[in-house]
Design a protein around this ligand. Structure first.
Ligand SMILES: NC(=O)c1ccc[n+]([C@@H]2O[C@H](COP(=O)([O-])OP(=O)(O)OC[C@H]3O[C@@H](n4cnc5c(N)ncnc54)[C@H](OP(=O)(O)O)[C@@H]3O)[C@@H](O)[C@H]2O)c1
Length: 389
């Protein structure tokens, strides 16, 4: 029996993970963590009966503990705060930790899991982007492993199985194009949060959905690929593929290209990460390619310039990925709360990164400081209106 902890259990990935586990044998859920939506977590706890739960918000964790006791659910330990989530990340009895916490907030728990030498089914890309070097160094010492859940990185991971890394000449990340692929820059100037949150292909949390609309999600994925697969930025490229059937590709030195295909369904990469190195049971119908046309095109950097920020921050190195990722979190928050228009996100981030001098990402405290600086810089630029120039 493989024992699973899910961090971010009430979110899009967390819920799909629980759905996958419901249909597969050989797993038991031993820990569930979330931020503050205790009623959603309660449902999952009642269904899966983990031994441990954790909520960041103390009031939410009190409500959850009370509700569990009223329902007679005994023997479940309720932890609270960021420390509680990190304790679950490092839980001794866990065989797999699913990390699905968005944003910089997920870093402490990812680091806790990696320090404890865990196998991590890993979705929280902002944490790896922010602290790629620190996490890689820690993994070398503890033997922890990251099995990607992001569909593109799972595809690359699967294409690399059995291959010599020295034979890889490049990685091609595919992008479905998001909700605004057909819109002109002028039209994008008037889109509001509701439209940005309506992704045509994937049902995801709000942060990643807006990032998909700006293409900043692909910028994060470029850096994620660099850290996960050890390829330099010149060898990571992006192709728009509207049908979302090819989830990414690996190019080999002999000119061969391997691609991973399936219908777009996040339960597949989740199941792969949970079952690795085996494969789980069928979750979707088998892909039927007859009569289908698959199309690929270059991303339009004039309309989606955020993609460039990933390459730029990645090549700057040091704390630049951490800074720009946190800056984006703040820009997305300001967009979703109606403070800035959609088309302000790129100029704000561009200005922030242009004036930034990265430092060595030596410790988590340094990264926390630089992430705070990234968010602060965005607020300064927005308040001054400098991005309009
Ligand atoms: N959704 C997808 O299809 C998809 C695909 C690829 C990669 N990803 C990546 O996976 C991560 C999660 O995305 P999502 O779409 O699942 O997000 P989401 O729907 O917004 O869910 C976020 C989850 O994290 C919890 N959470 C937030 N802060 C936390 C903290 N400090 N400690 C513990 N739990 C915390 C939330 O709890 P509350 O509910 O209590 O707020 C919720 O359970 C992101 O990094 C995203 O980029 C997602």
């Amino acid at each position: 029996m493989r024992k699973v902890v899910i961090l971010g259990a009430t979110g899009s990935i967390g819920r799909q993970c629980l759905e996958v586990l419901k249909d597969q044998n050989g797993f038991s859920v031993v820990g569930l963590a979330a931020d503050s939506r205790w009623e959603e977590l309660l449902d999952a706890v009642v269904r899966h009966r983990p031994r441990f739960v954790a909520m960041v918000n103390p009031e939410a964790s009190r409500c959850l503990a009370q509700a569990l006791s009223e329902r007679g659910c005994s023997g479940i330990q309720v932890l609270q705060g960021q420390e509680g989530v990190s304790k679950l990340a490092a839980l001794e009895e866990a065989d797999i930790v699913v990390h699905a916490i968005p944003g910089f907030e997920g870093l402490r728990s990812l680091l806790a899991a990696v320090q404890a030498g865990k196998t991590v089914a890993f979705a929280g890309k902002e944490s790896l982007v922010s602290a790629g070097d620190l996490i890689a160094r820690t993994m070398e010492v503890t033997g922890a492993r990251l099995i990607p859940v992001d569909s593109e990185h799972s595809a690359i991971f699967q294409c690399l199985a059995g291959e010599d890394r020295g034979d890889v000449s490049g990685i091609i990340l595919t992008a479905s194009g998001g909700p605004f692929w057909d819109k002109s820059l002028e039209e994008m100037g008037t889109v509001g949060p509701a439209e940005a949150l309506r992704h045509p292909t994937w049902r995801m949390g709000p942060k990643i959905t807006v990032d998909s609309a700006t293409f900043f999600n692909k910028a994060l994925e470029v850096i994620e690929a660099h850290y996960l697969f050890g390829v330099d930025y010149d060898r990571v490229s992006v192709l728009v593929h509207r049908e979302a059937i090819v989830h990414s590709m690996v190019v080999f030195k002999d000119g061969s290209v391997k691609a991973l295909m399936s219908y777009p369904d996040m339960r597949l990469p989740i199941s792969y990460a949970l079952n690795y190195p085996a494969r789980g049971q069928a979750l979707t119908s088998q892909l039927d390619l007859a009569g289908r046309t698959l199309s690929f095109s270059q991303p339009d950097l004039l309309r989606f310039p955020c993609l460039e920020l990933g390459y730029r921050a990645g090549r700057m190195g040091g704390t630049a990925p951490c800074f720009i990722s946190a800056a984006d979190e703040e820009a997305v928050r300001l967009f979703l709360s109606g403070v800035i228009p959609f088309t302000a996100i790129y100029p704000v981030l561009d200005l922030a990164l242009s004036g930034y001098a990265p430092v060595s990402p030596s410790s988590i405290e340094t990264l926390e400081r630089e992430a705070r600086r990234g968010k602060l810089k965005v607020r300064e630029i927005v308040e001054s209106g400098a991005w309009r120039a």
